[in-house]
Each structure stands twice: as C-alpha cells, then as structure tokens.
Design a protein around this ligand. Structure first.
Ligand code: BTN
Length: 327
C-alpha cells in the first residue's frame, strides 16, 4: 500500500489531501497518516505536509523504491520487490523467505546493510544510499553443480546493465564486474539443494554506484571504485541501474531455464576481461602462470600454461589474477 501511495504522490503535481488518499484506497485518515509516517521514517522519503492541503513530495527521492524502479521496466523481475531501508544482508533476508517457501522471482533491495557479505567469508561495505545492494530469489530446475552458471548469467546481466548507463563494463572471470580495471560489482550466490536439483538459489549483487573517496575504508581505496568516481563525478541514477539489471536478467534467466547456457556464454565471452590475458592461477596445489584462452561449455576457464599444457579451471577452486593488477 505504501508503494501505491508513493506512486500516487509521484504522479501528482502539488498537494494531495489526506481525504483524497483515504477515499482512493478506501481506508481511514488515521491509516493514511500511519503510512505517511512510515514513508518518512522507514523509507526516508521527504514529505511536506500541510494541515489543510495534505501531502507533497519535497523532491523525487533518491531511493530504490519499487514504484520508482517500476517506472523504468516491466517483467517478472519487477513484480515482487521488497525495499528495505536497513537489513543485515539482502541475501540473508531472502534466504529466510526461501526457507518459508516463498516463490521465485522475489527481489530484495536495501539502502544499507549492516552485515553485508562478500565471497570467501569477507564482508561487503554497504554504505547507506550509495550502492545497489540487491538479491534475487530463484528456484531454477538445475543440478546443483551448475550453480556457477547462475552467477555467470548474473555477471553478464550486470555488465550489460552497467553498459546501458554508458560505461565500458567487462567481466573478470568468473563473476566480478569491472570498469577500467576496477571492481564495481561483486556477486555472491548461495543455494540449497538436494542430490540432483536446486531447491533455491539466492543471487546477491553489490554495485558500487555513488560512493566517493571518503566512503571507503583506507585499506580498500586502491581496489574499490564506484561508477560515480569512474564517470564524470556526477551521481548515477541507482533506480536506472537496477531497472536495467532486472530487465537484462529476465531475458538471460529465461535462456538459462531453457537450457541455453551456451547462448549466455557466447555473449559473456564478448564482455570478458580475462580471455586473451596472461593470468596467475592459484589453486589448492599452488600457483602458476598461464594464458586464458577460452571458456568451456560449462563456463570453466581454459588456460594454457607456459609449458604448453592445457588446464581447465573451475571457479570454485581457484583465484585468477592478472599479472598487472586486478584484472
Ligand atoms: C564479492 O565478494 O565479490 C561478492 C559481494 C556480494 C555483495 C552483495 S550486496 C547484496 C548481497 N547481500 C550481501 O550480503 N551480499 C550480496
């Protein structure tokens, strides 16, 4: 309901009276007051209120509100979006819903996370209002061994969405999105599965969008960047990025479900920042230098060592680093 009121406020010039809102939705004035209070306090929407005239938006809020995202896209990834002002982690939030049996596709997006999670047990800096911290609950009919396909699909959707905003986005295999060699998005997929099929997968993506230097802890400054810092310094519209992501994801997930991962890979290759590069492969047995030559049909990286041996490396087992810096 809050979302519908917001939609109404967005499409109204000037004030909207409490009475008009209560009539429109068939609720009491007290209920309207409660929602307005929630919009202000829980969602951070700035409202002007006038005792006789009613309510008006102070300005278009810079928030990832479903009503604002839906203005920019349509499809099944737009249908059920939960906007959270603050949460431990959008992945944890959706994992809780997944265990309660909630259906796919469910999206959760947060302004801030106070327990943001990265890969390998690391944290994810999730400063309020600056990034897009989003998770998507999926229930794909895939064998658990192919969970990596979901992550690669997400990396492609993310790179295309960032590309739509005018940035030259690439993918560092398997699933970091980079612009000018700097990581601007990380992906963390968590899942529950039985022997042969996935029960659910929660796909979490953290985009660095409007952070400025002061938003990063000292030790991350050389690695982290944001679209704003890499662009012209102006704020990037977070809702536009999220809507582009959900649109791209819709088409690509349909391909994944139809068993057409090959088509996803074909496009993924074009965005790869890793193929054709000399890389350092670090696995459980040690480290070696190799050339990244291809991806196999399951998305594993095919490398040729300096001695001419061809190896396939699986995302779960290795870390691949460029010889010169991160990519
Ligand atoms: C990485 O380490 O590269 C993965 C980072 C994933 C961060 C995102 S932010 C939204 C979602 N919620 C989390 O707690 N983590 C993911």
């Amino acid at each position: 309901m809050k979302d519908r009121i917001l939609e109404l406020l967005l499409s109204t010039d000037g004030y909207l009276s409490g009475e008009a809102i209560s009539k429109r939705f068939g609720v009491t004035r007290a209920a309207v007051w409660k929602w307005m209070d929630q919009l202000r306090r829980e969602d951070g929407v700035e409202l002007e209120s006038h005792p006789r005239q009613g309510y008006k938006l102070k300005e278009r809020p810079d928030l990832l509100l479903p009503a604002l995202i839906r203005e920019k896209g349509l499809g099944r990834f737009f249908e059920a979006i939960d906007h959270l002002s603050i949460v431990d982690s959008t992945n944890n939030y959706l994992k809780r819903l997944a265990r309660e049996g909630v259906a796919e596709v469910r999206v959760a997006v947060a302004e801030e996370q106070n327990g943001g999670k990265g890969r390998l047990g690391r944290g994810w800096v999730s400063t309020r209002g600056k990034g897009v911290f989003v998770s998507i609950l999926l229930r794909p009919q895939l064998p658990p061994a192919l969970a990596g396909n979901i992550t690669m699909m997400a990396a492609l959707a993310g790179a295309k969405a960032v590309g739509n905003l005018g940035f030259d986005a690439k993918i560092k295999w398997p699933n970091d999105i980079v612009v000018e060699g700097k990581k601007i998005c990380g992906i963390l997929t968590e899942m529950s599965a039985n022997m042969d099929t996935m029960e659910w997968a929660v796909l979490g993506m953290g985009f660095n969008v409007n952070q400025v230097k002061e938003d990063w802890p000292e030790d991350l400054l050389d690695k982290a960047s944001s679209l704003r810092m890499l662009g012209d310094g102006k704020k990037v519209e977070r809702t536009a990025l999220l809507a582009a992501l959900l649109t791209e994801m819709d088409g690509l997930y349909a391909k994944l479900e139809a068993g057409a991962f090959g088509e996803i890979l074909e496009e993924y290759r074009k965005y790869s920042a890793t193929l054709g590069k000399r890389v350092r492969v670090i696995d459980s047995k040690g480290e070696y230098t190799a050339d990244a030559v291809d991806l196999d049909e399951e998305g594993a990286l095919v490398v040729r060592t300096l001695e001419g041996e061809v190896h396939k490396v699986l995302a779960a087992d290795v870390s691949v680093r460029g010889l010169m810096g991160y990519v």
